[in-house]
Design a protein around this ligand. Structure first.
Ligand code: ZN
Length: 219
């Protein structure tokens, strides 16, 4: 049984110039793929995790203190969620129920984006900035390295921004603030973020393992 690399939900050059095809090529086809491969290698046989879904693997790895498996499977899930959080730039803005929740929590969407950017920029070293639903209200936070809402009860994921250096180095060199500002202002998939208000965000980046033969032909 094996997990697969989910295909990008848009063409490799669809987010340019805000995120280049070269970045997507390395980030998705190399980094994300490496987490898929490593997860598959680590669950090969001995864990009794055959048939477990990706989120079950992430939780079991955390529970059992298997850091290597946790880091790789959590990064597999985090990236699968992240790609869906982005969409080609079309002047999109949050609306409907999401816009109301944003006003309640932050005043307006510019203030919310400024806070998300601040969280992303000030997060020390590698990790992820998150917009989550916490007991019915929006909250901005960040998690270190591979840490993920999958193992945090009550953290309903709505949106994430990858702030690992591999996410921005090709396009922005060391300028994480410019990367965060550009992505947040232009290429967020607010429809996906709004969909996640139903509390099913975890499922949208989950997957069931497939047989190795299928996995090989899919990727
Ligand atoms: Zn990444």
């Amino acid at each position: 049984m094996a997990f697969v690399l989910p295909p990008l939900p848009y063409a490799e050059d669809a987010l340019a110039p805000h995120m280049s095809a070269e970045t997507l090529h390395y980030h998705h086809d190399k980094h994300h793929k490496a987490y898929v491969n490593k997860t598959n290698e680590l669950i090969g046989g001995e864990h009794g995790l055959n048939g477990a879904s990706l989120t079950q693997v992430v939780r079991e790895a955390r529970r059992g203190g298997d850091n290597k498996l946790f880091n790789n499977s959590a990064q597999l899930w985090n990236h699968s969620f992240f790609w869906q959080c982005l969409a080609p730039a079309k002047g999109q803005k949050p609306d409907g129920k999401l816009a109301h929740l944003i006003s309640d929590a932050f005043g307006n969407s510019d203030a919310m984006l400024a806070k998300l950017k601040e969280e992303a920029v000030n997060h020390f070293a590698s990790g992820w900035a998150w917009l989550v639903l916490d007991r019915g209200a929006l909250r901005i936070t960040s998690l270190h390295d591979a840490d993920t809402p999958v193992v945090h009860d009550g953290m309903v994921p709505l949106f994430t921004l990858d702030v690992w250096e591999h996410a921005y180095y090709i396009d922005y060199k060391n300028e994480r603030p410019r990367f965060a500002e550009t992505v947040l202002s232009n290429i967020v998939n607010w429809e996906f973020v709004a969909e996640n208000l139903d509390g099913r965000g975890l499922d949208r980046a989950d997957q069931q393992p497939t047989t190795q033969r299928e996995a090989e032909t899919t990727v």
